[in-house]
Design a protein around this ligand. Structure first.
Ligand code: TRP
Length: 331
């Protein structure tokens, strides 16, 4: 059993792509490893959210992850800012993180391009905070996507640099990990290969979307003018609709439209109507759970408290050790 850490961005609703991807990954891991999953609300401060938005976003993310099946008994599920030890380790690691390497980070350069008016130190040291998140629990596995690979590499650098400086092997090396080869990759409704990749919200079906919204999104999903030859190659947009249908619809429904495509009798309008209803059937129970958990403030408080307590236990041990290693001593 290994120690696993992953941070969840504190904004953004869960969509079907997350549900069949990252969430499945988490749910699988929570039973196989010692897992720490947290909502990265410190990280979100780089964009200066309004206080009322910050809390609402954190709550919504927590609610949706619980509704999707994260088990707060199996995994340690907590809010990053409930763990001041993370902020302390971040401060300590910052002393050995260099301006040059931080400036070379791809995600930093992208942020500089996108928000030139708000290039704050938190943005520059984002990878240091992320390293602190991970090594505070001495984790070795980090379930993240490809886009976080460089951050993980930096976390390994900061961990081994600490070890070298203090002549210790205290922090293990963390590596990105996922079951991606076994996970379903859900494509977007706009013809793109990944749901949620585009800024356009019509590209994704969110778990909390109301039926009316789902129908609207599916009916306006990108298609072409239809097949004209038997067994014709499909454009990406059509492949996408079939891929989504494959995961939410009954096999005979899927086969029916497959055949209709292949003999050119398909009517996309009919296929979309069916797909929309099948998605609604699939997400309906999840949406109800989201509403139910969202209304149960007592339960949310209990989950957050329990997560905080379990995470604290691990984090305070690390900080105590680190302070000793560094040479902080009490008189
Ligand atoms: N940077 C991650 C993202 O954008 C979120 C994150 C913050 C994270 N701290 C982490 C992920 C620690 C894994 C481990 O998705």
């Amino acid at each position: 059993m290994e120690t696993v850490v992953s941070g969840i961005r504190s904004t953004g609703n869960l969509h079907l792509g997350n549900y069949f991807g990252a969430i499945r990954n988490f749910i699988r891991m929570q039973h196989e490893h010692k897992c720490f999953f947290f909502i990265a609300d410190y990280h979100s401060l780089t964009t200066h959210p309004a206080p009322e938005d910050l809390h609402r976003n954190v709550k919504q993310v927590l609610v949706e992850y619980l509704a999707a099946g994260l088990d707060p008994e199996a995994a340690t599920l907590y809010i990053q800012s409930d763990l001041p030890q993370v902020a302390e380790l971040y401060l300590l690691l910052n002393m050995n993180a260099y301006k040059g390497e931080l400036e070379r980070c791809t995600s930093f350069k992208e942020k500089v391009r996108k928000q030139p008016d708000n290039v704050n130190a938190g943005l520059l040291t984002y990878p240091v905070l992320m390293a602190a998140d991970i090594i505070i629990h001495k984790a070795t596995k980090v379930p993240v996507g490809k886009d976080q690979e460089q951050h993980l590499e930096m976390a390994r650098t900061f961990a081994s640099r600490f070890n070298r400086l203090y002549k210790t092997d205290y922090f293990p090396q963390p590596y990105a990990f996922n079951f991606s080869s076994e996970l379903m990759k859900i494509p977007g409704l706009d013809g793109s290969t990944k749901m949620g990749k585009s800024e356009n919200n019509n590209n994704a079906v969110f778990l909390a979307d109301e039926p009316k919204m789902i129908r609207k999104k599916i009916m306006s999903a990108v298609t072409d003018s239809g097949p004209t030859k038997r067994n014709q190659q499909r454009p990406q947009s059509i492949k996408n609709l079939f891929l989504i249908m494959k995961v939410v619809s009954q096999p005979d429904t899927y086969d029916f439209f497959e055949e209709a495509y292949n003999d050119c009798s398909i009517r996309y309008g009919d296929m979309k109507k069916q797909l929309a209803e099948d998605i609604i059937k699939f997400t309906g129970p999840l949406r109800e759970k989201i509403i139910e958990i969202g209304n149960d403030v007592g339960y949310l408080r209990k989950v957050a408290e329990m997560g905080k307590e379990k995470a604290m236990e691990s984090a305070s041990k690390t900080i105590e050790d680190v302070r000793n290693i560094i040479g902080f001593k009490s008189f």
